[in-house]
Ligand binder design. Structure first.
Ligand code: IPE
Ligand code: IPE
Ligand code: MG
Length: 247
């Protein structure tokens, strides 16, 4: 399938793509299905997007699967989402490992069912030497919790105020060792951050699509990467073309 998509400029492929996989509930409701059917359909979409990331040469893929705020949903939905994570690990781990995917987790393990914690840890351990793609799963993740945890650990480590730098804070984040996301894709059209990677996204490019997550596919991912390749990332500076101050 990738052969049918035009090649992307290899120097403009984002190293790290992060995705807010949103709109599962609306996808289901619009079909007269229960919300959980949308979450299940979302896992199929995720399978495609992981493979597409490898094909496109993306090295890090972060997926927002369950936020600290999602605990506020009805208990049956929360339980269903937990079950879906377990099923995905059970069904996909061997294949992902074979394909060279390294699994990581960002978020708090505490608060998750011990069974899920054990499965996640096992998957992380099994795949830790893989280097085709780092798949970073944000589960029980909140950007503010991440910053709170980082501050607490810095204080516990006796870090002095004058020692606190940008790099040091990054190294206390759950994403230690992972470059900041170059591109963040949000499906379902919402124009908000929803507590996702609030430290790391300082200079990420955004791509928002109205497509709900279960319908997001390789073609649209490709369009997002094409759009990214056109972006002029100035980081507060000026581009060469418009940067001339004098004649
Ligand atoms: C995203 O889909 C999945 C999770 C947040 C777990 P939603 O469940 O938020 O779907 P909508 O936004 O209600 O349509
Ligand atoms: C963000 O989506 C969280 C995940 C995709 C896991 P939400 O649906 O929870 O976000 P809000 O409520 O629209 O901000
Ligand atoms: Mg949502």
């Amino acid at each position: 399938m990738s052969d049918e998509l035009p090649a992307l400029p290899s120097d403009k492929i984002p190293h790290h793509v992060a995705m807010i996989m949103d709109g599962n509930g609306r996808w289901a409701i619009s079909r007269g299905l229960p919300r959980l059917a949308g979450h299940r359909a979302g896992t199929e979409s995720l399978r495609r997007i992981i493979r597409a990331s490898v094909d496109f040469g993306v090295k890090y893929l972060t997926i927002y699967a369950f936020s600290t705020e999602n605990w506020g949903r009805p208990p049956e939905e929360v339980r269903g989402l937990m079950r879906i994570l377990e099923n995905v690990i059970d069904k996909e781990l061997v294949e992902l490992h074979k394909e060279g995917v390294q699994l990581r987790h960002i978020g708090r393990l505490e608060g998750l069912d011990p069974n899920i914690q054990a499965k996640l840890q096992k998957a992380i351990e099994l795949t830790k030497k893989n280097d085709k793609l780092v798949l970073n799963v944000a589960f029980n993740y909140g950007g503010r919790d991440e910053i709170i945890d980082a501050i607490q650990h810095m204080i516990e480590d006796g870090v002095l105020a004058a020692e606190v730098t940008d790099d040091m804070v990054s190294n206390y984040m759950y994403t230690v060792g992972i470059p900041d996301p170059d591109l963040i894709i949000r499906t379902s059209g919402e124009l908000r951050v929803s507590n996702f990677l609030i430290w790391q996204a300082a200079y990420s490019e955004w791509y928002i699509t109205s497509t709900n997550w279960p319908d997001f596919n390789k073609e649209e991912y490709h369009r997002a990467l094409e759009a990214f390749a056109q972006r002029d990332r100035r980081y507060g500076g000026v581009t060469a073309a418009v940067g001339k101050v004098h004649g």
